[in-house]
Design a protein around this ligand. Structure first.
Ligand SMILES: [Zn+2]
Length: 479
């Protein structure tokens, strides 16, 4: 996040904006309220994810394969993804037939290079679709084993389903809304969305070789999307931009919840309305925590945060909670870390050392926390509980957890306003995604720290609040 000097001109702008927001969410139909025990209409499951046992391997012709575990995983994936698209093309795109990808190529980036797509693969730890010869290639030496080690086999499926998304784009041609001059961010958002379509089918149990739980299984898929995000400070307009984690996860989720036509509809206008990826503000200074990160246990930072939270929820009319350091000593809720909300006293107790751990981004090659936004959002989530208490909502259970994530997102939305003294910087929303996917995260936790088991639902609720404001949160997640 960043500090900004307050100006009188900017003040006028925010008042107008806030008035507009409340009206925009009026009259939301009851029908759109999600069942908080489900994820996009599917039950939240916690079973096994990965290869289905006892299923014979697919038989696809692959050049340069070594027959090892990574190639088998890739081949089974591509067979199932192609089966999915063979089913979907005719029903979604005017009886169009899906032609399988012409060339599948395995290579080892540590070994002798092969020529593909006018590139020599030596040292190229990647997976890609190439429209020049309609091929998909993957590095079985470095990339695939690294993904598998870090996030499990469904990470490999995620990356290859995304690459097949580019093949889908190419094969759809105009029906997919893509041409030679389409900016890369649109192509990448569509490919992430098409991958989401495929994972819905897997989650419904329709894939021959794979299964996935909608709880921990999808969490790993979203963690993979986080891992392959563009670095903070990348512009969405940059040629080759793939998107921030926040934007990539959104596209995947739209695909998971919708059909392939939803993905083909992603165009320049939609991108303009919802893409958050942006360069760092040139005025922004590095205060010793890396660009875009304030020191979270600094008194001034915490004062700015408190002011920002009070402004964000002002319209609720609730008495703001008192922030203090140290133990919670609360008679009616369990203590949580790094911050606790106590309903009885309307107090938030903050554990500064724990807060600093989450708020300090990792140094290159080291383990560390996440960043300032992740830490501030933890406090914001406890603040959001006090608003819920004052307005008569329950503070316990899954609906309270998702409402909290949504209200925290609503606060984040107010930090993009030009008048905000504590402002969102590039990379902050990706810190939110990282924190939301962590199982101990308070952003989507109820007053006792109990977290909704689906990271998918947690991120979705946060995004709802970010784009639509707090009015939507109490309507949609009324539980
Ligand atoms: Zn791509």
């Amino acid at each position: 996040m960043a500090r900004r000097v307050f100006t009188a001109a900017a003040l006028v702008a925010v008042t107008a904006l806030a008035a507009g927001c409340t009206q925009a969410v009026d009259g939301l139909a009851k029908a759109v309220r999600p069942d908080v025990s489900k994820v996009s209409g599917l039950d939240i499951t916690t079973g096994e994810s990965g290869a289905k046992p006892g299923v014979p391997d697919a038989d696809l012709r692959v050049e340069n394969a070594d027959g090892g575990e990574m190639d088998r995983l890739a081949i089974n994936t591509l067979a199932d993804v192609e089966e999915y698209w063979s089913e979907q093309f005719p029903t979604n795109f005017d009886d169009k037939k899906f032609e399988p990808v012409k060339r599948l190529v395995s290579y080892d980036s540590n070994g002798t290079g092969v020529e593909i797509c006018r590139t020599n693969t030596k040292g190229v730890a990647n997976a890609f679709y190439c429209s020049l010869d309609d091929s998909i290639a993957w590095d079985r030496g470095d990339l695939l084993p690294m993904l598998d080690d870090a996030f499990g086999p469904m990470a490999v499926v995620t990356v290859l389903a995304h690459e097949m998304g580019h093949a889908v784009q190419y094969k759809l041609g105009e029906k997919g809304g893509i041409n030679q001059s389409t900016p890369s961010i649109i192509k990448e958002q569509q490919a992430d969305c098409y991958a989401g379509n495929f994972f819905r089918w897997v989650a419904e149990g329709k894939s021959k070789h794979f299964r996935i739980s909608t709880g921990p299984g999808l969490n790993q898929v979203l963690a993979t999307m986080f891992f392959i995000r563009d670095a903070a400070g990348t512009s969405a307009e940059k040629q080759g931009a793939h998107g921030s984690a926040f934007d990539r996860v959104a596209a995947f989720q739209f695909g998971f919840a919708g059909d392939p036509k939803r993905c083909a509809d992603i165009d320049e206008q939609e991108i303009k309305s919802r893409i958050t990826q942006q360069k760092f503000d040139p005025q922004e200074k590095d205060e010793g925590q890396g660009k875009g990160n304030l020191k979270v246990d600094d008194r001034r930072s915490l004062e700015l945060l408190e002011e920002s939270l009070r402004n964000a929820y002002k319209q609720s009319g609730a008495t703001p909670p008192t922030l203090k350091q140290g133990d919670a000593e609360c008679p009616d809720a369990q203590e949580t870390s790094p911050a606790s909300y106590c309903p009885a006293t309307n107090t938030i107790a903050i554990d500064l050392p724990d807060l600093a751990k989450i708020g300090t981004p990792p140094k290159r090659g080291q383990k560390g926390g996440i960043g300032d936004f992740a830490a501030f959002a933890e406090i914001a989530s406890r603040f959001a509980l006090s608003i819920q208490k004052a307005t008569g909502y329950s503070l316990e259970g899954p609906a309270a957890g998702l409402r909290t994530a949504c209200l925290t997102g609503a606060w984040a939305g107010t930090t993009t306003e030009s008048s905000a003294r504590l402002r969102l910087s590039s990379g902050d929303l990706d810190e939110a995604v990282a924190e939301l996917l962590a199982d101990r995260s308070l952003i989507a936790a109820d007053v006792n720290g109990t977290v909704v088991p689906s990271g998918f639902a947690r991120v979705e609720a946060f995004r709802d609040g970010f784009f639509e404001g707090s009015g939507l949160c109490t309507r949609k997640y009324s539980g």
